[in-house]
Design a protein around this ligand. Structure first.
Ligand SMILES: [Zn+2]
Length: 294
């Protein structure tokens, strides 16, 4: 997709452009903007509507993890143009002239502040940092001079997260007051996604168990962790995106400070026997003291 000025730079003169439009090799989207026949349809829609693609659409175009929904057209347009779709709301000081049909990632992230809630926005930023090896300082520099709303959000970003769902769980749990450790090393297991006290939280994506090997590996990891005294909570994509209230209720139940008091004497005796047996076998839980859960 090209503005006419870009076609001229590429060596097309006005006569050649007209001929290409007549033959169908180029499609005129609006005055001064043209697309090749194999164009991206959402980007073309944004250009036809007087703007360029930005925000969630641009982030998807660039291949980053994006949350479900937000299916309306995400575009920005100059103030002197109009169209039928509402433009994404720019944060202060963020209006740019449109030279490319799709905004680069840092600009698209700025515009996404108005369309994505904190947890989803942070998840996309994490995805960007994790996939490029950049850090928050690099992203901030690429954004130029973002306003205070963006700076506040950037404090939540952490490129160590391995998936969008993991980022969302981290942000939501920290917002709820939990002390969350990202990618904690766990002996015999490797790295878990998140840790709250002795609760390990694994966040599976839609394609997580794409292979039999992944399935086997995760079940062995979970078994090892439980044997060593960790609690393991494995959350699915749907759990996180569509049943968060249920997930949070379960985590609150598991982590409540008086949980150990709720145990029956029989349960305590069973656990003590188990610990004694582990000690005799040389398989001593090395992670925590059973007298307190967290
Ligand atoms: Zn938007």
């Amino acid at each position: 997709m090209y503005p006419a000025s870009a076609l001229l730079v590429l060596g097309f003169d006005r006569k050649t452009i007209r001929r290409a439009v007549l033959s169908g090799d180029l499609i005129q989207l609006r005055w001064g903007w043209f697309a090749a026949a194999n164009h991206d349809t959402r980007t073309a829609s944004a250009v036809r509507d007087g703007g360029v693609s930005t925000c969630v659409d641009a982030l998807r175009f660039h291949g980053l993890w994006t949350p479900p929904g937000h299916n309306g057209l995400h575009l920005r347009r100059s103030s002197n143009l109009s169209g039928k779709n509402p433009a994404c709301r720019p944060p202060s000081g963020c209006v740019r002239s449109a030279r490319e049909p799709v905004d680069p990632i840092p600009v698209a992230l700025l515009y996404a502040v108005g369309c994505l809630p904190l947890d989803e926005w942070v998840a996309v930023c994490d995805s960007y940092l994790n996939s490029t090896g950049n850090d928050v300082a690099d992203l901030l520099a690429a954004m130029g001079k973002p306003g205070p709303a963006v700076l506040r959000r950037l404090r939540w970003v952490d490129g160590r997260s391995q998936s969008g769902t993991e980022s969302i769980v981290r942000v939501r749990l920290r917002s709820a007051g939990f002390d969350v450790v990202v990618q904690p090393p766990v002996a015999g297991v490797g790295h878990a996604d998140l840790r709250v006290g002795r609760l390990l939280i694994e966040c599976d994506s839609v394609l997580h168990h794409a292979s039999r090997a992944d399935y086997e590996r995760d079940h062995h990891r979970d078994r090892r962790a439980v044997v060593d005294g960790w609690l393991v909570l494995r959350l699915t994509y749907d759990d996180i995106l569509y049943d968060w209230d249920g997930v949070l209720a379960d985590i609150l139940s598991i982590t409540r400070p008086d949980r150990h008091r709720a145990r029956t004497p029989q349960a305590i005796e069973m656990i003590q026997k188990s610990v004694l047996q582990s000690t005799l076998e040389g398989n001593v839980p090395s992670v925590f003291d059973l007298s307190t859960d967290f």
